[in-house]
Ligand binder design. Structure first.
Ligand code: TNX
Length: 540
C-alpha cells in the first residue's frame, strides 16, 4: 500500500467554522499563505517515503530498559555491530537489556527488537519493518537493508530519541508494517572541501545527516585550483604547499591519510561509500603550484585564492604527469575500500579537444589498473570510455538537446549519475535574498529540488543506464559548517526522496507537510537549515 493511501482526506476535513477561525488566526502568526502547522503522526512523516506502509492498529510498543535487541545465534559481525549502534541510538532506554544473541532455533522473546537477515526480493538495501504491541522485527536480505530499517525506526520514534541524555522520555513505536526498497542504487551528496576546507568533524556531521535520510554515497571533491586536501606521501608538497590556503586567502587545511581513513570508516559504519575525487587535468592549480614539473614550462604558478575556473591544466604530454597520477590514485585507492575513483575532467579550457580525450582515456586506464571504477564529470563521456566507467551529468540540457555525451555512454552500456545543475546544485541560491552562493544554474528552492523525474532529465539516459542522482555542494562562498548546512538543508532532504521513493509517491503537498514535521528532528540533531517559505515548519 502506498504511503498516500493511509492519509485519509476525511481526517484533514474540519468543520467549516473551526477551519475559518484557524485560518484567520494563522494569518496573524504566520506569513501570508501559511496555515498554522499541525504535527503529523510519525507514521505519516517518514522521509524518504517508503514504498509501502500500513498502520496496522492503534497499538504501540514502548521501548524500556528491559527491551532487548536480539540477533541470530550465527549473525555476522556487522549485524552485531549494527545492533550495538541501534542500542546506542536508543540508550539509555535499552542500556539494561543490551544486545543478545538467540540460541539456535530460539524465537525472539516478547517485547524485543529483532534484527534478522533472511533472503528476500528487496535487494541489498531493502527491508521490512513490523511493529506491534509485542515488539519490532526488522528483516532484510543484507546488513545495509537492516541499517535502513533502523533509520526508519528512528524516524518512527519521538524526536526525544535524538536527545542522548534525555530523562523520562517515552520511546513509543507505533504499530506499522513497512516494506521498502530504494528506487536508485546511487543516492549521493558531494562536498567541495577544496574551495573552502571543511574539517573532518564537520564532514562527520554531514554524514550523520545523510544517514538519517538514507543517502549512501559521499563524494569528496578533494582537489581544485584553490586547494589540495589530502596527504599523498609520495608527493608531500601537494598537501603541504597546495593545502595551505583557500578561497579568500585564509589558511586552508588537508586531511592526513589517517584522518581520511577514519572518515571513510565513519561513513562505512553508516553504510555510506566515500567516493574520492581528484579533479584533472583542469582545476589543478594547487598541484601545479606544489610541483613545477607538472607544468609544461617547469614554472610553478602562485597559489590561487579566487573563484575563476578553466585556467589551469596538467601538462598532458609529460610522462611525469602520469607517474604523478598513478601515485595519487594508488595511495588514495589503498585508503578507500569503495569501488569508485572520481577523476574530475570538467571545464578544461587549456588543452586541445583531442589531447583532452587522450588524457581522459589514459587516466581511466590508470584508475582501472588500481581496481576502481572510474567516474568523471559529463565532459569525459566524449572519450572512448569503458562501459564500467560512470559519467556524472551536470550541465542542464537545453530545449531537450543533450548538453554532453551521457547518451553516448549509455548507448555503449555505461551508467550515468544525474546531477543536473538546475535541480541538484545545492550551492545555488534559494532566492534573491540568499546572500551566500552562486546562481549560474538558476535560483531554486526545495520544491524545485523535489518535483522532477530523473528518467526524463537527459535524452537517452533512463532505466538501467541511470545509476542514480547526486547533489553537489560547491563551496566558493561557504566558509564554515553552518554555511554548508544552510545550503544543503532542506534541499538535500528533497533529493534524498527523489533518489529513494518511487516517482508515483512524489506528491509535493504531502512531502511539504512531512518535511515541516521534521523540523524538530533537524533542530535536535543540530542542523542549521533554511526555513524555506513554502514549508509549514513545525518547530516543536
Ligand atoms: C561548475 S560542476 C563546476 C565547479 C563549480 C560549480 C559552481 C563542475 C563539474 N564544475 O567547478 O564550483 O560549477 O556551481
Amino acid at each position: 500500500m502506498r504511503l498516500r493511501s493511509i492519509v485519509s482526506p476525511r481526517a484533514l476535513r474540519l468543520p467549516l467554522f473551526a477551519g475559518l477561525v484557524l485560518a484567520v488566526a494563522a494569518c496573524h502568526r504566520a506569513p501570508r499563505g501559511r496555515l498554522a502547522p499541525r504535527p503529523l503522526p510519525s507514521t505519516q512523516a517518514l522521509i524518504p517515503a517508503p514504498l509501502g506502509l500500513r498502520v496496522v492498529s492503534s497499538d504501540s510498543f514502548i521501548i524500556t530498559d528491559s527491551t532487548r535487541i536480539v540477533i541470530a545465534a550465527d549473525a555476522a559481525p556487522d549485524v552485531e555491530r549494527l545492533a550495538g549502534q541501534l542500542s546506542a541510538m536508543l540508550a539509555p532506554a535499552t542500556s539494561v537489556g543490551g544486545v543478545s544473541r538467540l540460541a539456535p532455533g530460539e524465537a525472539p522473546p516478547p517485547r524485543s527488537i529483532s534484527l534478522q537477515v533472511a533472503p528476500d526480493t528487496l535487494g541489498d538495501e531493502g527491508y521490512t519493518l513490523s511493529a506491534d504491541g509485542n515488539g519490532v522485527v526488522i528483516r532484510a536480505g543484507a546488513t545495509h537493508g537492516l541499517f535502513n530499517g533502523t533509520q526508519t525506526l528512528r524516524q518512527l520514534l519521538p524526536v526525544s530519541v535524538e536527545h542522548r541524555a534525555a530523562v523520562r522520555r517515552v520511546l513509543v513505536v507505533p504499530a506499522v508494517q513497512v516494506t521498502d526498497r530504494p528506487r536508485y542504487a546511487w543516492r549521493g551528496a558531494m562536498l567541495d572541501v577544496a574551495r573552502h576546507f571543511l574539517p573532518a568533524d564537520d564532514v562527520k556531521r554531514y554524514i550523520d545527516a545523510m544517514a538519517l535520510f538514507k543517502l549512501n554515497r559521499l563524494h569528496l571533491h578533494l582537489s581544485d585550483d584553490q586547494g589540495w586536501r589530502i596527504e599523498i606521501t609520495s608527493w608531500p608538497n601537494l598537501a603541504r604547499t597546495g593545502g595551505r590556503t583557500q578561497v579568500g586567502g585564509m589558511a586552508g587545511g588537508y586531511y592526513t591519510q589517517a584522518q581520511y581513513a577514519d572518515l571513510v570508516a565513519y561513513a562505512a559504519e553508516r553504510f555510506i561509500t566515500v567516493v574520492p575525487e581528484i579533479d584533472m587535468p583542469g582545476h589543478t592549480n594547487a598541484a601545479l603550484a606544489s610541483y613545477p614539473e607538472l607544468n609544461c614550462d617547469d614554472v610553478a604558478p602562485p597559489l590561487y585564492t579566487g573563484i575563476k575556473v578553466g585556467f589551469s591544466a596538467l601538462c598532458a604530454s609529460r610522462d611525469t604527469v602520469y607517474r604523478f597520477i598513478d601515485d595519487v590514485v594508488r595511495e588514495i585507492s589503498a585508503l578507500t575500500p569503495g569501488a569508485y575513483f572520481h577523476m574530475g575532467g570538467d571545464e578544461v579550457e587549456k588543452l586541445g579537444h583531442e589531447e583532452y580525450l587522450r588524457f581522459v582515456e589514459r587516466v581511466e586506464g590508470i584508475v582501472r589498473a588500481h581496481g576502481k571504477r572510474a567516474i568523471g564529470w559529463g565532459e569525459i563521456a566524449a572519450a572512448r570510455l569503458d562501459p564500467s566507467s560512470v559519467v556524472q551529468h551536470w550541465r542542464p540540457a537545453r530545449n531537450g538537446k543533450p548538453s554532453d555525451s551521457s547518451h553516448v555512454h549509455a548507448a555503449r552500456g555505461g551508467q550515468v549519475i544525474l546531477s543536473p545543475g538546475n535541480r541538484t546544485y545545492i550551492d545555488m541560491k534559494y532566492d534573491s535574498s540568499t546572500t551566500l552562493c552562486l546562481g549560474w544554474a538558476g535560483l531554486f528552492d526545495v520544491r524545485y529540488a523535489y518535483e522532477w523525474d530523473p528518467e526524463t532529465v537527459t535524452p537517452g539516459v533512463s532505466g538501467r543506464s541511470l545509476l542514480g542522482i547526486e547533489a553537489p555542494l560547491w563551496s566558493e562562498t561557504l566558509e564554515r559548517r553552518t554555511d554548508f548546512e544552510y545550503l544543503a538543508f532542506p534541499r538535500l532532504i528533497a533529493l534524498a526522496e527523489v533518489g529513494w521513493s518511487p516517482q508515483s509517491a512524489g506528491n509535493w503537498k504531502n512531502f511539504r507537510d512531512r518535511l515541516g514535521s521534521n523540523a524538530p528532528r533537524l533542530s535536535a540533531v543540530g542542523i542549521n537549515f533554511h526555513r524555506s517559505r513554502d514549508i509549514p515548519w513545525r518547530e516543536q
